[in-house]
Write a protein that binds this ligand. Structure first.
Ligand code: GLA
Length: 390
């Protein structure tokens, strides 16, 4: 018993601060898919105001991440500076504003000399840039991999270098590794110092892209947990075919059923929930999806388990996610192009006994002592349930 206790203590002692940085999957809003590089400080301030007013901050979306396009090069001491046209008041003032609204501020750089969009990046300046970000009050860094060599060893070295620099910066800064899954970061990114890592290429606003990212991420539940998360990229909910980067490669938009599926599956996979639509102007359907507190509670459950995909065929995908209080979340997706009848026995998913079924999208109990659930799902629909053992 004593030996067991010692083991637990020493395991915890190794990395408490790392787990503390992202005990549950990070949530927020990111500039990229709607604005691309056309960003400025007014947009960020407007987004911060909107996220307070529309309930996003209260629901848990407590970060604003500034993606590529903010950089204005380096000054004569090689300190990174923001583009003075886009961010004339500077990043410290912007961080102070965002913080005053109860929101954390994220920023973006790249493990090479230039970012994906061709702006100044951090290779060779890791310590200096991490200290600069800390001095501005930055809370989160997304670190991309364009213009870097393709081998895994270099990636591990470059990411660790920036992770160490962030740890030495004097400020807790969440580190988001973005090498798109090509070097299987789920095996090494946590050791390199990342709290989350992209598992996929860039998401687009289309069913095809959504399911592409789903199929990669759904196989990786073993590597997710408190302080270390698989990231299948941003939510496309509410983009509705807008003209930003999410419109590339056939990203002409999804319907509400598909956006609801995006939210349901990202929640059952304990994925970071990072919206990227124009949250200043959200229609009711988008709000209903992004602000579903029961879905968010499944994503943010402190046990930190990524749901396991137990059934994966051409029609059905079924996920099961154990929750801290002993409940289970289950998600049932109809991938086909037609309405389908589901008849699912919980026992076949490894869940014994009888359950009360809470329907997360209807916000009501739809069964009291059930061993199974039967019902119709429209094409591309996901039903998300919380099962309580009775
Ligand atoms: C890459 C990333 C995107 C975004 C852009 C910015 O494509 O994967 O998420 O950050 O770069 O240029």
């Amino acid at each position: 018993m004593l030996a067991l206790c010692m083991n637990i203590i020493s395991a915890n002692a190794q990395s408490p601060s790392v787990t503390d940085l992202a005990p549950t999957p990070p949530m927020g809003w990111m500039t990229w898919n709607f604005f691309g590089t056309n960003i400025n400080e007014n947009i960020i301030r407007e987004m911060a105001d909107a996220m307070v007013n529309n309930g996003m901050v209260k629901a848990g979306y407590d970060h604003i991440m500034i993606d590529d396009g903010w950089q204005g090069g380096r000054d004569n001491k090689n300190n990174m500076i923001p583009d003075p046209q886009k961010f004339p008041s500077g990043m410290k003032a912007l961080a102070d504003y965002v913080h005053s609204k109860g929101i954390k501020l994220g920023i973006y750089s790249d493990a090479a000399q230039l970012t994906c969009a061709g702006y100044t990046a951090s290779l060779g300046f890791e310590e200096q840039d991490a200290k600069t970000f800390a001095s501005w009050g930055i809370d989160y860094l997304k670190y991309d991999y364009c213009h870097a060599p393709s081998d895994s060893n270099t990636a591990k070295i470059r990411y660790k270098k920036m992770a160490d620099a962030l740890r030495n910066s004097g400020r807790p800064i969440v580190f988001s590794i973005c090498e798109w899954g090509g070097r299987q970061p789920w095996f090494w990114a946590a050791n390199a110092g990342g709290q989350l890592w992209r598992t996929t290429s860039d998401i687009r606003d289309s069913w095809k892209s959504l399911t592409h990212n789903l199929d990669i991420n759904a196989e990786l539940e073993a590597s997710a947990g408190p302080g270390h998360w698989n990231d299948p990229d941003m939510l496309v909910v509410g983009l509705r075919g807008s003209k930003g980067p999410s419109s590339h490669k056939g990203g002409t938009g999804c319907n509400d059923i598909e956006y609801q599926t995006n939210m349901s599956l990202w929640c059952i996979m304990a994925s970071p929930l990072i919206a990227t639509n124009d949250v200043r102007n959200m229609d009711e359907a988008t709000k209903r999806i992004l602000l579903n507190d029961e879905a968010i509670a499944i994503d943010q459950d402190p046990l930190g388990k990524q749901g396991k995909r137990k059934i994966a065929d051409s029609v059905w995908n079924v996920f099961v996610k154990p929750l801290q209080n002993g409940d289970y979340a289950i998600a049932i997706l109809n991938r086909s192009n037609a309405t389908q009848k589901s008849d699912i026995d919980f026992n076949s998913l490894g869940l014994e006994g009888k359950y009360e079924i809470e329907d997360v999208w209807q916000h009501k109990v739809i069964g009291k002592k059930e061993k199974k659930w039967k019902g119709n799902l429209q094409s591309h629909e996901t039903r998300l349930f919380r099962l309580k053992k009775v």
